[in-house]
Ligand binder design. Structure first.
Ligand SMILES: NC(=O)c1ccc[n+]([C@@H]2O[C@H](COP(=O)([O-])OP(=O)(O)OC[C@H]3O[C@@H](n4cnc5c(N)ncnc54)[C@H](O)[C@@H]3O)[C@@H](O)[C@H]2O)c1
Length: 365
């Protein structure tokens, strides 16, 4: 197996786990990293043994980088990815794919024109937890899926994130920040969405940062912080999704899928592991299902490795831009519905990726 040379752009909070991907996946070699703030690239390089901390233009021009992993803030995703594609690099983006649908379409068009790969987080759906759910649904363990629900209810990122402002600007909020985990899980399990409706509100127009180093600073909130949506899937199920940064306490599950024969309790889609539980018609208790072999711990970077393996084998990668675009389109359509008071028909679609076989479909096999 041939390694591909990977450069990281954006050396903030999430970059540490990606910086370790070269040690975990045999087809990834992290050769360089860059950030608007060069000192952050230096710190990441020193901590994780990355050979070249660079300025962004240097990384984009480097012949030692074949794949750019874009870990910048959402408002910079499109610009950084377009530059990387223009420079002939494959790109794997953190979520969401871009802020605007138009930007995302431009990225997809450019990648296609240049024959380059464009992948996007999350890759948690490749983990053992969600792959076990996939197998159970495909094998009819809950009968025919008729509905589902997803709840991402939290009190706000300004309590812990060191630079939480972007979470409350356009392209942030609980829907655009955490929605991709839920929507990628639902669509890779149930297929594309046909139409959506939603209602959204901004609960606190200003939020005070409680975490260091910016404690006390006020954030002007630009995007809804509590959003309730209903999704009609092409295959039939009707799913409720609530995402919120305004909930102080709750007793709701992460995700459930309701079938004609029973209910599947889906693990937190922001993780790779379990528990996966099923309760069938007339059973008095939930049964915990052993996880399929695979990635059950924090395996961020798995999607990059799988994309590289797919590029080398000439097949479609699973954490792909078509699914990420559909997810972005769903999120925008939910907010459009809230503003217009109407259901929104989806014009984008996706195809469920094949089930994932660890050991053959990524760079470890
Ligand atoms: N923090 C998390 O737990 C987490 C988890 C999963 C995914 N993500 C996603 O990862 C991305 C980054 O999140 P984060 O929490 O690491 O943010 P962060 O603010 O901690 O880090 C972002 C970094 O990008 C740099 N940056 C901003 N604009 C840039 C540009 N134009 N060019 C180069 N560098 C630029 C910033 O200087 C900063 O170092 C976001 O898309 C977020 O949704 C974050």
């Amino acid at each position: 197996m041939k390694k591909m040379k990977v450069g990281i752009i954006g050396c903030g909070t999430i970059s540490g786990i990606y910086a370790e991907a070269g040690k975990r996946f045999r087809n990834i070699e992290i050769t360089a990293c860059a950030d608007l703030d060069y000192s952050r690239a230096q710190t990441l390089a020193e901590k994780h043994g990355i050979p070249s901390p660079l300025h962004i233009e240097q990384l984009l021009a480097s012949s030692d980088v074949e794949v750019v992993v874009n870990l910048t803030i959402p408002s910079a995703h499109a610009q950084v990815s377009l530059e990387a594609l223009k420079n002939g690099k494959h790109v794997y983006n953190e979520k969401p794919l871009a802020l605007k649908r138009r930007e995302a379409r431009e990225m997809i068009g450019l990648a296609r024109e240049k024959g380059l790969r464009l992948g996007c987080a999350p890759d948690t759906f490749l983990g053992a937890g969600l792959q076990t759910c996939r197998k159970l649904i495909d094998f009819g363990a809950i009968g025919e899926p008729v509905g589902g629900s997803g709840f991402m209810l939290a009190a706000g990122v300004e309590l812990w994130h060191p630079s939480p402002e972007f979470f409350y600007k356009k392209g942030g909020g609980p829907l655009f920040d955490m929605g991709p985990y839920y929507l990628t899980a639902f669509t890779t399990l149930l297929g594309p969405v046909r139409r959506v409706c939603g209602s959204a509100r901004i609960t606190f127009p200003e939020r005070e940062i409680k975490s260091e180093p910016l404690a006390g600073k006020i954030i002007e909130v630009e995007t809804p912080s509590h959003i309730a949506a209903v999704l009609d899937f092409e295959s039939g199920p009707v799913v409720s999704l609530v995402t919120s940064f305004d909930v102080q306490a709750h007793g709701m599950p992460f995700m459930e899928i309701y079938g004609s024969e029973g209910t599947l309790s889906v693990p937190d889609p922001n993780t790779f592991g379990g528990p996966v539980r099923i309760k069938r018609h007339k059973e008095s208790d939930w049964t915990e299902i052993p996880l399929e072999p695979g990635y059950a711990d924090n395996s961020r970077g798995l999607g990059v490795s799988e994309m590289i393996a797919a590029a080398q084998n000439g097949r479609e990668h699973r954490a792909n831009a078509r699914t990420a675009y559909h997810v972005l389109d769903i999120m925008h359509s939910i907010l459009d519905s809230s503003e217009s008071g109407r259901h929104m028909e989806m014009s984008s679609s996706m195809t469920r990726p094949l089930p994932f076989s660890p050991g053959t479909d990524e760079g470890e096999g």
